[in-house]
Structures are given as C-alpha cells and as structure tokens.
Design a protein around this ligand. Structure first.
Ligand code: NAP
Length: 227
C-alpha cells in the first residue's frame, strides 16, 4: 500500500521549473502560491527530492495562519509532514526544513550519509530511514509513509525525483501551473528530468481540468496518470 500521490509544480511555457542558475527562481503567481498552500493544507505529507532539499532547505509548511487553523480545527497537525529523499544528506540542520513548523520531518537516505549526520538529525527530531545503496527505494519509502499514517501526499519536485516517481508509476495526479513566461536555457531543469523515455514509452495523461488562474494568463492544468 502507498499514499495517493499528487505531483505539483510550477513551470514556464517552455517547461522550465527553474532557470539554468538553479537557485529556485520564482515562477508561481500570487494566485498559484495560494492554491499550492491550500493543496498542502489538504494532504498528510509534502515530499521533495535531494537537490531541492539540500540546496534550497525549503520550509514546506502551510504558511498562512488560516490554513494552519483549519487543519487544527479538523484535528490535524498544523502542517503536513515534510519528507525528503536524498542519497547523501547535506542539509543544514539549523535551516528551515528542520526548524520551521511545527511539523513531522521524515528523511529517506542511504549509507552515503555518515552515521554522525544521521544522529544529528535524529536528535533534532527527524525520523530517518536508511535504505540500501545506491539510492533510496522510492516504492519502499512510500510503503513506509503509508505505515506511518500518510494517505495523501504531494511531490513538489524537482525534476529528477518527478522523473523517478513517474517512471516507477508512483504518481496518481499531476497539477502544473504554467506561467506565461519563458526562461530558455538548455541546462535549465524541465518538469520531468532524468534520462527520459523513447516516444513509444511516453507516459499517457488524462486531462481533468484547465483553468486560467490569474489575470496575467497563468494556467492551472490538472491531469490524472492513466493506469
Ligand atoms: N518550479 C517548481 O515547482 C520546482 C519545485 C521544486 C524544485 N524545483 C527546482 O528543481 C531543481 C532541482 O531538481 P533536480 O532534478 O536537480 O533535483 P531533485 O529532483 O530535487 O532531487 C534529485 C535528487 O534526489 C536524490 N534521490 C534520492 N533518492 C532518489 C531516487 N530513488 N531516485 C532519484 N533521485 C533520488 C538524488 O540524489 P543523488 O544524485 O545524490 O542520488 C537526486 O539527485 C531546482 O532548480 C529547483 O529550484 C522547481
């Protein structure tokens, strides 16, 4: 068993989820930021890949007091659990992922993370699962999350982890905000990274809804992964 997984991301019309500088460029409009926070408020966990985790140290909280209040009134923790998948954990333990909350923090890694680092994060309150090398087994990790009570989760990127979830058939839904802008750049990450597939292996999606989300012309497109 695994949680229901929604991939949520923001991209430019040319499919870039960041510029080639890879410093977490802002893409979402104010309307999309609000939508993404509401989406977070409705799930049990928010998940990110290793580069996004280690390099950007994201907060991954619901941020808005009214959303935190809504969750509390529904008997839920103020924030969904924060989850990271990283071969080697190089995250700053004093940064936002660990300290902004309150939130349950769950990390999946491999023995490439030194045991002393694992201890530091455990002592700081993170739940850490060490998988066999070379990489975190994402199917097994989702099984663990299910056992921990997580039934619905969002994957917020980046490109490599989205590619792996897609390739392994671990995602149920895709919500993508398309900003009416172009970043260009061959090395800028696109929505789905990794090595890609031959056209014959393209992953089919079923359109659920298209919505113009903001006055500038940003679109929200929702797809379901066809089984
Ligand atoms: N616009 C958006 O919505 C959005 C959202 C989030 C991030 N981003 C952008 O995305 C970019 C980061 O994307 P990214 O592709 O570089 O990195 P990523 O997808 O965030 O993280 C990928 C890393 O996760 C680790 N990992 C652990 N287990 C894995 C597994 N089983 N399979 C694959 N990877 C696994 C790998 O580390 P090892 O290589 O060490 O194995 C891999 O390099 C940044 O520029 C960020 O700003 C954009």
């Amino acid at each position: 068993m695994r949680p229901y997984v929604i991939i949520n991301a923001a991209m430019t019309v040319d499919g870039k989820i960041d510029t080639s500088r890879r410093q977490g460029a802002a893409i979402s409009s104010e309307e999309d930021k609000r939508r993404a926070l509401e989406l977070r408020a409705g799930v049990d966990a928010v998940m990110v890949g290793g580069n996004t985790l280690n390099n950007e140290n994201p907060k991954l909280t619901v941020k808005l007091p009214e959303l935190a209040k809504q969750r509390r009134s529904a008997g839920l923790p103020e924030n969904p659990a924060k989850v990271g998948f990283t071969t080697r954990l190089t995250l700053d333990p004093d940064g936002d992922f660990m300290t902004t909350g309150p939130a349950r923090r769950i990390l999946f890694t491999t023995p490439a993370t030194p045991p002393q680092t694992v201890d530091v994060f455990r002592q700081a309150g993170a739940e850490i699962f060490v998988h066999h090398p070379p990489r975190v087994d994402l199917g097994q990790a989702l099984g663990t999350l299910y056992e921990l009570g997580i039934r619905k989760a969002i994957l917020e990127g980046g490109a490599t982890i989205i590619s792996e979830f897609t390739r392994l058939g671990l995602a149920d839904e895709l919500q993508v905000y398309v900003a009416p802008r172009l970043f260009g750049g061959e090395t800028a990450p696109t929505l789905v990274g990794g090595d890609g597939w031959p056209a014959s292996g393209a992953i089919p999606l079923k359109l659920e809804a298209v919505q113009v989300l903001d006055p500038a012309g940003g679109l929200l497109i929702r797809y379901r992964f066809s089984k």
